[in-house]
Design a protein around this ligand. Structure first.
Ligand code: F3S
Length: 294
């Protein structure tokens, strides 16, 4: 069995930057270091960060005053930044610049009185942060069906969660163009996401099975898996090599491998190695079966 890895897989620029900032902060060793929520959606990497002394908290109030608070690449709203300052925490802002751009656009459009529509997942922290920058006034839609329900309006601004598939964003824009006089369209999907999704889809169309590696709660990993399934190829999402099942590779000639933006290289390499081993194992078993039948 041949294993082909997607041309774009693994850590993106924003995640690499956040990890570098977090590790540099931990190395300073001058007081407690906190991260609000998991720095990245990958349990294996989170264990390494915990070993370096970075404590994950879910509320600013859990931090000891005087400590450092790392803001992850998803970013946060102004309310959380104000709460951190009030608690005398030093903020280490690892918000991805692509997310920062979406926050600024949402903030300035809302400040000038324009209704902001965010295409994305309402429950994702990145989207919640963007909405906070509009004073909670932005409307979140997941796709064109929800966009249909919005009222007709003279002016509106639309932007996207950075990890949205371009086709979904475009479909929402098409709906809004029918009902809004002046629609300001800001494509805030990050280049990495687009390139990763395109490369994954291209690969999915050429293989017999796809393995997508990434944290179970990683939105961008789940989206990659969904894209592969839409392409009609059997797709499995795993966090580590241990979850791979030999039955997935029965009769498979070419298997594809891709990974979400929060998956480190060492995990991708482990999965690739194990896929090759399992591929050989399955081929040997099939050979034995054929020989015994003959
Ligand atoms: Fe940033 Fe894009 Fe990664 S928004 S965090 S570079 S997926």
């Amino acid at each position: 069995m041949q294993v082909r890895r997607s041309a774009e897989a693994g850590f993106c620029f924003g995640v690499k930057r956040a990890l570098k900032l977090a590790m540099a902060t931990a190395r300073e060793r001058d007081g407690p270091v906190y991260c609000l929520g998991p720095l990245i959606h990958n349990p294996q990497v989170m264990n390494k960060l915990a070993a370096a002394g970075i404590q994950e908290i879910s509320r600013v109030e859990e931090a000891r005053p005087g400590g450092k608070l790392i803001i992850r690449s998803h970013g946060v709203g102004p309310g959380i930044l104000a709460a951190a300052r009030k608690r005398d925490l030093k903020v280490v802002d690892a918000t991805c610049p692509f997310v920062g751009r979406a926050q600024k656009l949402a903030h300035s459009e809302a400040a000038s009185g324009t209704l902001v529509v965010v295409v994305g997942d309402k429950n994702h922290p990145e989207v919640q942060g963007i909405v906070d920058w509009t004073g909670g006034r932005a409307v979140v839609v997941e796709g064109p069906r929800e966009a249909e329900k919005l009222p007709a309006m003279a002016c509106m601004a639309v932007l996207a969660q950075t990890t949205q598939p371009l086709a979904n964003f475009q479909a929402v824009v098409d709906v809004l163009l029918q009902k809004v006089g002046q629609l300001k369209v800001y494509n805030t999907i990050c280049h990495t996401t687009g390139a990763r999704q395109r490369a994954t889809l291209e690969l999915a169309r050429e293989v017999d099975v796809m393995v997508v590696v990434g944290g179970a709660s990683s939105a961008n990993t789940r989206k990659l898996a969904a894209l592969c399934r839409q392409a009609g190829v059997p797709t499995y999402q795993v966090e580590t090599a241990r979850e791979l099942d030999p039955s997935w590779f029965k009769g498979v000639k070419v298997a594809g491998l891709t990974a979400g933006a929060s998956t480190p290289d060492w995990i991708i390499e482990e999965v690739e190695r194990r896929m090759k081993e399992l591929g050989e194992m399955v081929a040997v078993e099939e050979n034995i079966k054929d020989t015994s039948v003959a």
